[in-house]
Design a protein around this ligand. Structure first.
Ligand code: PHE
Length: 359
C-alpha cells in the first residue's frame, strides 16, 4: 500500500467517524437528512471526493475509488440504521401518547337528584294517598273566577289584598285579567265541580255522592320576597267534602299527616282562629315539636277551615246537605322545617352545593 493511499484511508476513516457522530446526534428525521447531505449530498464530502478522482492516474483512481466507496457504504449503512432507530422511537412516542390506562377509575355521569321541594311533595302525596285521598293538579295561570270569585272573594273585596297577586297580560272570556294563582284553592272548585259532574245523575236521583277527598299540590305565586317568602312558592290544598264530615275529621287527618311527614309522634297541633273568605269558621294550623331542635315553639304551617256555604254552592252542591273541610299548607315551609333550612331562597337558587346535600 502506498503512502498516499494510507493517508486517504485515514481521511476516509475520519469521514465515517464524523458521519456516525453526526447521525447519532440527529434527534429528528430533518436533522438526520441535513447531516446526510453534508456527506452524501450533491456537494457532500463523499461526492466531492468522487469528482476529484477524475484528475488521478488510473492506478491512483482505482485505489482511492475503492477506499471512498468503502467509506460511502459504511456511511450509508449508518444512515439507514439511524433512520430506522428514529422511526422506531417516533412510533414508540406515539404509542405512549395514545396509551390507555385501563387501571384508571371510570368517569361518572353527573346524575341529578330529586329537588328537596319535589321530595317533600312526593312524601305529602304518598301520605295522603295512603289515607284514601286523590292527588290532583291544575293550571298555574287562572281566571279571576277560580282564584277569587268562586272562593267567595268578590271583586273589590278587601280580602283580595291578603294575596298580592301577579296578573297576566291576557283576559279571560269575561274580560277579566288572568292571574298566576296566588294559592292552590282554585283546585277546590275545579276538582269538586268535576266530581259533582261525574255523579250528576246519582245526585239528581237523590243518591249519596261519594265523598270528595283530594289534595292538590303545586306552584303558587305572590308579590312577596324575603328569607321566608318567594314570589313563586308551593302549596298543597286539601279538601274533604261529604254529608257527615266534621272538624274532627280534618284534625285527625292533619295530625296523622303531619306526624307521618315528620316521622314523629311527639308533635302537637293547634287550631288558631283566623279569617279566609272561603271558610267559616277559619283557622291557622300551628304545630309544635315536643323534642328535637325546634321543640317548644308553635310554628304556623297551614290555613284551614270549614268550607263556606257559598263555596259549597259553587262546587254545585247544596250546603244544606254537604259540608266540607279544607286546608292549604306551604310545602316549602314544611320542607324547611323537615330539612333544617332557614332561608327559603336556597331552594330556588340552583346552587349544586346546597342541592347535592339532599342526595
Ligand atoms: N288558600 C289559603 C292561603 O293561601 C289557605 C287555605 C286553604 C285556607 C284552604 C283555608 C282553606 O292562605
Amino acid at each position: 500500500m502506498s503512502a498516499s493511499t494510507s493517508l486517504a484511508d485515514l481521511a476516509h476513516a475520519e469521514w465515517v467517524r464524523q458521519a456516525l457522530a453526526e447521525f447519532a446526534a440527529a434527534d429528528t428525521p430533518a436533522q438526520l437528512e441535513n447531516a446526510k447531505a453534508r456527506f452524501l449530498g450533491k456537494a457532500g464530502v463523499v461526492t466531492e471526493a468522487m469528482k476529484s478522482l477524475a484528475a488521478l492516474t488510473p492506478d491512483e483512481r482505482k485505489a482511492r475509488g475503492a477506499a471512498i466507496n468503502a467509506a460511502k457504504q459504511q456511511i450509508e449503512a449508518a444512515l439507514a440504521a439511524r433512520r430506522q432507530a428514529l422511526a422506531e422511537s417516533e412510533l414508540e412516542r406515539q404509542l405512549a401518547a395514545e396509551a390507555l390506562d385501563l387501571t384508571l377509575p371510570g368517569r361518572r355521569r353527573g346524575q341529578g337528584t330529586i329537588h328537596p321541594i319535589s321530595r317533600a311533595a312526593e312524601r305529602i302525596e304518598a301520605i295522603f294517598a295512603s289515607m284514601g285521598f286523590d292527588v290532583a293538579e291544575g293550571p298555574e295561570v287562572e281566571t279571576d273566577w277560580y282564584s277569587f270569585t268562586a272562593l267567595n272573594n268578590p271583586e273589590n273585596h278587601p280580602a283580595r289584598s291578603m294575596q298580592d297577586t301577579f296578573y297576566v297580560d291576557l283576559k279571560d272570556a269575561e274580560g277579566r285579567w288572568l292571574n298566576l294563582r296566588p294559592h292552590t284553592s282554585p283546585m277546590q272548585i275545579r276538582y269538586a265541580r268535576q266530581h259533582v259532574e261525574a255523579h250528576r245523575d246519582l245526585i239528581a236521583r237523590g243518591g249519596r255522592m261519594p265523598d270528595i277527598r283530594v289534595i292538590a299540590p303545586g306552584r303558587t305565586y305572590r308579590v312577596d320576597s324575603d328569607a321566608t317568602h318567594s314570589p313563586m312558592f308551593h302549596q298543597v290544598e286539601g279538601l274533604w267534602v261529604g254529608q257527615d264530615v266534621s272538624f274532627k275529621d280534618l284534625k285527625v287527618v292533619y295530625l296523622e299527616f303531619i306526624q307521618a311527614f315528620f316521622e314523629t309522634r311527639e308533635l302537637s297541633l293547634r287550631f288558631r282562629p283566623s279569617y279566609f273568605p272561603f271558610t267559616e269558621p277559619s283557622a291557622e294550623i300551628d304545630i309544635r315539636f315536643e323534642a328535637g331542635p325546634l321543640a317548644g315553639r308553635w310554628l304556623e304551617v297551614s290555613g284551614a277551615g270549614q268550607v263556606h256555604p257559598q263555596v259549597i254552592r259553587n262546587y254545585g252542591l247544596d250546603p244544606e246537605q254537604y259540608i266540607g273541610f279544607a286546608f292549604g299548607s306551604g310545602i316549602d315551609r314544611l320542607a324547611m322545617l323537615r330539612y333544617g333550612v332557614n332561608d327559603l331562597r336556597a331552594f330556588f337558587e340552583g346552587d349544586l352545593r346546597f342541592l347535592a346535600q339532599f342526595r
